[in-house]
Design a protein around this ligand. Sequence first.
Ligand code: RAM
Length: 363
Amino acid sequence: MSPRTAPVRRIAAAVAAVSIVAVGAAACGGTTKNSSSGSSAPSAVSTASVDPGAAAKKGLTIAYLPKQVNNPYFTIADNGGKKAVEALGEKYKEVGTSSGTDTSGQVSYVNTLTQQRVNAIAVSAQDPGALCTALNQARKNGVKVVTYDSDTNTNCRDVFVSQASSEDLGRTEVRLLAQQIGNKGRIAILSAAQTATNQNTWIGFMKDELKKPAYKNIKLVKVAYGNDDAQTSFQQTQGLLQQYPDLKGIISPTTVGIKAAAQYLSGSKYKGTVHLTGLGTPNDMRAYVNNGTVKSFELWDPAKLGALAGYTAVALSSGQISGAPGQTFTAGDLGSFTIGTDSVVVLGKPTVFDRTNIAQFDF
Ligand code: RAM
């Protein structure tokens, strides 16, 4: 899929900007979807009545807008979404930018999808706030908005489909690395985009975990950003080792970052002595686990995440749920899910991959 050209994007953004002021005013007017969560939303959503027993509508258009279209992680996730929504009799489409830092490109796509009157958008946000005006404009026009993988601010979407508990992800990555380096030494984080909601949330929990007395001999020296770009991530890893030659370990909570860091370490004198963990796909990381560069890392099943986003979008568009905490819906063979605080649905627990189990996974 090729990214849209800049001039087209500017025109689309300008068209949408004209009608956006009114939405902002409505959203700020204090209509609250759920007063205990403190999330405000366009009034159309907050007053919608739901019928949990309603049949799923057919022929809905569910559009996926990943952070990045050429990222294998999103290819797996969105294909999982495609299978799920098509099995329900809906239409699937995917649009998106090829860069993980093109927030204006994401905004432009939201505006186009709104003009096309898709029924729902499933979006992985490159930035928590940048898409909000466009997404609330979409919602005001009846488009349901599900964030998946990377959230926006809570008042800009109906439901966030989260891959796992953010707190668990952040803390377990620190634990994995701490075990590998014997609880001692300098470490760094190689993240994705500096604005990415998901990575920043996990990093917040990593920093909190590192405050525990058990980690008093571990020092986080730097958070570097590889922007979910293989070459930048590779160079950032190289730069970290140049700046901190005594570095003991790296956490990379991004599939693009961890793969590039593993590639760098694997071909360097640091192979096997500088430890690396984070979030990666088993297919990307298999060679580096088998050649001793990486001991263990974790991830959820991206296809299931994409599928759950699709089921959630269809349930919203069919009036089975409105996104309010406590509501329950069925997500095909993934089972039944209950919407939690801040309208978040959690897929489940991630899997830790290492030499003993990685051969069992193919994604
Ligand atoms: C990258 C993206 C994505 C994140 C995964 C782990 O592919 O940044 O948002 O969830 O890594």
